[in-house]
Every structure is written in structure tokens, then in C-alpha cells.
Design a protein around this ligand. Sequence first.
Ligand SMILES: [Zn+2]
Ligand SMILES: [Zn+2]
Length: 369
Amino acid sequence: MQITAAIVSERSAPFTLEKLELCDPRPDEVIVRVVASGMCQTDLHGRDGYFASPYPAVYGHEGAGVVHAIGSAVRLLAPGDHLVMSFPWCGTCPNCQQHKYCYCVQGRRLKMHGRRADGSTLMSRNGTPVYSAFFQQSSFGTYALTQERYAVKVRKDAPLEALGPLACSGQTGAGAVLNAMQPQPGDSLAVFGVGAVGLSALMAAKIAGCDPIIAVDVHAHRLALARELGATHAIDHTGRDKIVDALRAIASDGVRFAIDTSALPIVFREAIEVLMPSGTCVLLGSAPPGTDVAIEMPFLQQGRIVRGVVQGESLPKEFIPRLVDFVVAGKFPIHQMIKFYDFAEINLAAQESSAGIAIKPVLRMPESR
Ligand SMILES: [Zn+2]
Ligand SMILES: [Zn+2]
């Protein structure tokens, strides 16, 4: 079928909206009429060649929409269902066999290589392949194709156009708290970097009853939003060299949980140093290969845990509907971090995202077919 998608023709080129051909679904696949798609830094990293993936390409991996057509073996979805498209996994590797899908050893290839696992592409332009299975969805289009197992059905009374970000930044931040760290009410928690991932973690920390919840960032408008969404304290990192002291003035023993979303070694080190004995620091930001951080061995010996978490260690079909329930109940006010753009404004959205003006850009797709 013919669709309109945002194509990147070569490395760092702008997005251009073009008519492309989307293939028919295989037995286990669904075609989704995309209602809206979040934009994540990973999309822009793809555009800019970070993953050595081929061009021309279509990105987008926070898609929300309505089932348009299903393959012959699809059983859990029907046309008209509302869904969010989550991350892909292979299903057969040692981690997938233990249901640790977020750590699928094939995950990076399935997300970044622009093809199905068997090497086929989903879209074409005038008969020429377009690399378009980004995260096995490529949601920057009026329609997208994904596998049934990556599609998460959501309740129809939820605001569908705001739900796409739950597929990546939302479950990455909230899942780090609710799935990986599992705090008790009254546990202290600090979030370094309150963009879309950090704010999602912060809203989850509030749901879990953490106190204090300390937000650290360099942008005043983000810190103000963090306070609105549940941070009990906000620390402006700009020009400060004694951040750990500032945090310990609030939590004198250190915090039980710290999250770094910045992926900057200096900030990550601060997030580690602020831990109390037996505290846990979780790295959510993506640093370039070769980035090191030093940790004092005696400090680590006191039961402290430093680890990475991917995609919130979520089982998407269970966790995303749980987050949607929080959204509907007003406990996860994701709207407050979203700035909506028309699909045709995709380059503006990218620019404002990179500049820190838009915390979470979401592209609204035109109704056209
Ligand atoms: Zn796997
Ligand atoms: Zn993402």
C-alpha cells in the first residue's frame, strides 16, 4: 500500500516526506495506521549515522496507532484495536528464553539495521528498498508494519496520541524504578537529567512513594516541571562543582537510589558518589563506545550496586498497559512533557528536541491515506 513517510536519504540529511510503498503483512505481522509517534534522541542518532545503518531510511520507534490490517496468524489483535509499538527481540537467544527481552543479544541488530531478521525490507521507493524496520516499526509514517509480539494493545479510553512515548522513554524511565529498583515508600531517590526519561522515572518514583525525590538538571524549565511532577527538591547543576555536597545537604546519609540519564562521566560519577551504603545507581543514558568512568573500590565494597538498565526491564505487554492505567488515573501525566507537532514539522521537532526546547516531541500524523 502507498503511505507517506519521513525519509532520510543520506547521513545527517533532513527528513523529507515522501510517498513510499509499504509491503503486505506476513502471517505474524500487523499494519498500523499511525496516529502519533514520539521522537527520541535515538531517531536522530540514526539519522546522523551513529549505528552504521544504511540509507535511505525511515526512523521512529515510539509509535501509537490503530490496527489497520493483520496477517493470517495474528490472534491477539483485530482491526480497530488501539496499540503502542514496543521494542523488538529475537525470541530464541539465552536472554529471550529467560524472558529478558530487553537484553536480547540480537536486539541491537533488530533495532538498528533497518531490516527484518531475515534481511528483507518493509518499504520501497520506486522499486528501490528503503531501510525501514527501525526497532521493527519505523513509525515516522502514516502507516507502519510490526510483528504482533511487539505490539501492545491499549485501552480505548486512553489518549492514544500521547501514548507512543511509553514505548521507549516512558518505559525506560518508569521501568528502571518500578521493575529494576523497586523502591519502598520513603526511600530516597535522585534523578540526574530530567528529560523525558528522567521525568518518567520521577513520576514512577512518586507513584512508588519515594521521599525525597531530588531532580538535578541544567535547564531551569525542566527543573520547574520536575517539581510539578513530584520532585521534592530541584538542584540546578549549572556551574556547580559541589553537587554531591548539595545532595547530601538534603539526604545526609546519601540516597538509596540514583539514576543517571546524562551519560556524561562526570555526572554519572556524582550519581554514584551520592549513594548510601547498599544503594543502587542505575545508568540509563547512552554514552559513545570507549567512554570510561572510575569508581573507588572501597566505596563499592559497601554493598553499593552500579548497573545499566535497558528499556526499563519491561515486559511490554504487561508494563505498558499498567503505565496507561496510571496515565488515565492522572498519576503519570505524560502530556505535561509532550510538545505536539504536525508530521510536516518533523525537522522543527528534531531541531527543538536537540536544543532542549521540546522535552518530548510527538508527531501527529495526518488522517490521509
Ligand atoms: Zn533474543
Ligand atoms: Zn528511544
